[in-house]
Design a protein around this ligand. Structure first.
Ligand SMILES: O=C(O)C1=C[C@@H](OP(=O)(O)O)[C@@H](O)[C@H](O)C1
Ligand SMILES: C=C(OP(=O)(O)O)C(=O)O
Length: 442
């Protein structure tokens, strides 16, 4: 069903960021194997995360919603995970499916895994390759796409692995398998990625070694057989979701947006660093911490943005923010160039193509590069007036709707249903700011 975002002269408001998707998956996964009962507040109730909760329940944990964003998880502890009665359906979620593959690898169980059309097109050999080296068997060969069956093992062997892609999902899958492997599992990251698995494992009582080597290389080590103990934790706000609201404030003719409780972690802050390089002045105030992460309130207002070459060192720390960066680039003066971001090709859709098509459909000059894209900024509101194909991709849908709040003509999208995977309150939050987004064509 088509939805349309119409230009408005002002976007003002104060909002609380929804719970972080990455941390919410990890809380349910680690809580589900811990000894004892964990309690979480502020958990993201997006479809991706709910499916991870359902999978943990099907594997033997007890996962209960006790209130809005409040979840109680009793882990399987010494009993371990057991084979689920039915297939585990991960919907649209790369993180849920991939982290759970790593986790399940270390238990004597068999599980069928599946997902929606988007997830079934995403590469899984990047996860299966190291897990097979540790002792997992599967039916994915040779295509490495869902659906397939996994058979884990209680006798996994630890490995040392250097993921060929900068991917927190690969790192996390190997570490979660390493929790139940014999020996010390080591992951060597050439380009550091989000470190929530390391931080949260420590929070649950595991010892995780992290050291820095030559260049940016980060080495993470984890001795198998460590026991996790239940925790009480508040999930920090999601910087990737907050980025949409902050961008809306920046492009609005009269923007003043304050987002509270956003996780401030250098492995996630690339979008904010880049927005400042483009000329945004973002207010940031420290407000404490949650689940081992710092929290800040971030404020944005109307800005004259300048196109930039995105420094490649920022790419892993803003990997989910390229669709909304494409929107900022369209409003900026001059050219924005993204390189070193080939991972965008294997997200919910090919995000290089999807971003370029989104911009072109709205009168913005943009072109693909093998590992990124180039946008010629309009030096103000882009024409708009297009219908954007979202291709099962929540971040394309939200980015296009944000563009429509300040472009010359309305911007429409062909579907919004998948926004629920990561940000169910998105439309309500945009309405609070004063956006005009509704069902139907313009
Ligand atoms: O570990 C995680 O929680 C995530 C890792 C990233 O994927 P990759 O590991 O494929 O880069 C990111 O795109 C995804 O939204 C969440
Ligand atoms: C890539 C994303 O998520 P996932 O890999 O978990 O599907 C995302 O949320 O932008």
């Amino acid at each position: 069903m088509v939805w349309t975002s119409r230009p408005v002269s002002r976007l003002h408001g104060v909002l609380r960021a929804p719970g972080d998707k990455s941390c919410s998956h990890r809380a349910l996964i680690m809580g589900g194997i811990a000894h004892g009962t964990s309690h979480f507040t502020g958990l993201l109730e997006g479809d991706d995360v709910l499916r991870t909760g359902a999978a943990m329940q099907a594997l033997g944990a007890t996962v209960t919603r006790t209130g809005a964003g409040q979840w109680e998880v009793t882990g399987t502890g010494a009993r371990g995970l057991t084979s689920p009665a039915a297939a585990l359906d991960f919907g649209n979620s790369g993180t849920g499916s991939r982290l759970m593959m790593g986790l399940m690898a270390g238990y004597a169980l068999t599980a069928e895994l599946c997902g929606d059309a988007s997830l079934s097109a995403r590469p899984m050999n990047r996860i299966l390759t190291p897990l097979r080296q540790m002792g997992l068997t599967d039916t994915a060969e040779p295509h490495g796409r869902l659906p397939f069956r996994l058979t884990g093992s209680a006798a996994l062997q630890a490995i040392t692995y250097a993921p060929p892609q900068a991917s927190a999902q690969i790192k996390s899958a190997v570490m979660l398998a390493g929790l139940n492997a014999h020996g010390t599992t080591i992951v060597e990251e050439a380009k550091p990625t989000r470190d929530h698995t390391e931080r949260m494992l420590r929070g649950f009582g595991a010892e995780v070694g992290v050291s820095r080597g030559a260049g940016q290389v980060r080495t993470i080590s984890l001795l198998g057989g460590q026991k996790l103990s239940a925790i009480e934790a508040a999930i920090p706000g999601d910087p990737s979701s907050a980025a949409f609201l902050i961008a809306a404030g920046l492009i609005s003719p009269d923007g003043n947006v304050l987002v509270e409780g956003v996780m401030s972690n250098p492995t996630r802050s690339g979008f904010y660093d880049l927005a400042e390089l483009m000329g945004a002045r973002l207010g940031a105030e420290d407000t404490g911490d949650a689940a081992g992460e710092r929290l800040i309130d971030i404020q944005s207002g109307s800005a004259s943005l300048i196109g930039r070459n995105v420094p490649e060192r920022l790419v892993p720390s803003m990997i989910d923010e390229f669709p909304i960066l494409g929107v900022l680039a369209a409003f900026a003066t001059g050219e924005t160039v993204v390189t070193g971001a080939e991972e965008l090709r294997v997200k919910e859709t090919d995000r290089v193509k999807a971003v370029v098509d989104m911009l072109r459909a709205n009168g913005v000059e943009a072109e693909e590069r093998e590992d990124g894209f180039v946008v010629q900024g309009c030096g103000g509101p882009p024409p708009g007036g297009g219908l954007v194909e979202t291709r099962h991709d929540h971040r394309i849908a939200m980015s296009a709707l944000i563009m429509g709040t300040a472009s010359q003509k309305p911007v429409s999208v062909d579907d919004i249903s998948m926004i629920d995977t990561s940000y169910p309150e998105f439309l309500a939050h945009m309405a609070t700011l004063g956006a005009d987004i509704s069902e139907g064509a313009s």
